[in-house]
Ligand binder design. Sequence first.
Ligand SMILES: NC(=O)C1=CN([C@@H]2O[C@H](COP(=O)(O)OP(=O)(O)OC[C@H]3O[C@@H](n4cnc5c(N)ncnc54)[C@H](OP(=O)(O)O)[C@@H]3O)[C@@H](O)[C@H]2O)C=CC1
Ligand SMILES: O=C(CO)COP(=O)(O)O
Length: 363
Amino acid sequence: MLGTGSWGTTFGKILADGGSHVTMWARRPELAAEISRSHRNSDYLPGVVLPANLTATANLQDALKGAQQVFIAVPSQSLRENLAAIRPHIEPTTIVVSLMKGVERGTGLRMSEVIAEGLGIDPSRIAVASGPNLALEIAREQPTAAVISSQSLETAQAVALLARNKYFRTFVNTDVIGTEFGGVLKNLIAVAIGIVDGVGYGENTKASIITRGLVEMTDFAVAQGAKAETLSGLAGLGDLIATCQSPLSRNNTAGRLLGQGYSFPAVVKQMQQTAEGLASVAPVLELARSIGVEMPIVEQVKQVLDGTLDPKDIAPHLTTDSDEPQGERTNDDAEAPGGGVVWRSVKRAFDQLRYGGRSAAGN
Ligand SMILES: NC(=O)C1=CN([C@@H]2O[C@H](COP(=O)(O)OP(=O)(O)OC[C@H]3O[C@@H](n4cnc5c(N)ncnc54)[C@H](OP(=O)(O)O)[C@@H]3O)[C@@H](O)[C@H]2O)C=CC1
Ligand SMILES: O=C(CO)COP(=O)(O)O
């Protein structure tokens, strides 16, 4: 496990509690020592005791030696520089798993694409994990589900088999694009939710943004090649709900500070952990414009970040270029891009809760 922040450490615990021997790489030797000797990571997971079969080192080569599967949980914008150091130590059959939820600034590449480029390995050896996975809740062993996705079903299954235990259940799919973009895009909607929360708006505003946000996420991801149903599964709707509802979410928290009137630089200064949404806004909008997808919520988040929109004026779900009443692009307008998707998403999520459906996509 490369990265000993809140998610890397929690995912290391998931794997260790599932029976694997886990070696973590921490860039700070003192944190590696604390994890190995005291079985704690007090910086990121206060109060959590880590399993004995999880140890840490600050030596990257030692961490990677003999690893069957390598998991990466560092901030997205630092991935490429880390891959250069990892590359010489990766063995030909090693599976590499991204736990990250961002896109690279400048290239707009998803994390699995950056890994394929940076390590020079075939996408069939790469998997991604995503879902409603707030680290601290899982570290406290609260029951949770996630999706493991790879172009190779065999690879996804190999990872899912190890990344499960009595409190963590993994589903598999082969829609890497939908799974990764679900995690990236829900962060942006969570920032919007935080902003309106900080301003003091209530549940109607938030529910409107979440619902329209899912349309925006689905339109964007489908235009990039994702399957619509992935966005209605754990990696889309599931994560959207968790992140928009929880004060544990760093994206939500960053948004709330913006809504309370802090400037973007002041928010970045206050955030002690990674809030990926802040870095993903610009590359996602560039991609959206290049494929002609409208993202009014993400556009307004960017305007708030840039200081060109007063947070209290944020009302992206009310934005329209036309004076004519528009059809709601959900179940009512099957012709429009993404039409019908949201209604089917909600129904599928409801069926999942009610009947415990077990589709391969984790829907
Ligand atoms: N936390 C969560 O609930 C979840 C997070 N994720 C995703 O996981 C990824 C990692 O997030 P998370 O663990 O939460 O982040 P944290 O901020 O908690 O931890 C970041 C980790 O990366 C290390 N790090 C920071 N900068 C660099 C760098 N330039 N090179 C190498 N290592 C670096 C930090 O080391 P140091 O301590 O020394 O600064 C720390 O170990 C993100 O993409 C996030 O979206 C996904 C699901 C859930
Ligand atoms: O991805 C997450 C939950 O699934 C964590 O969200 P934050 O990065 O906003 O804390």
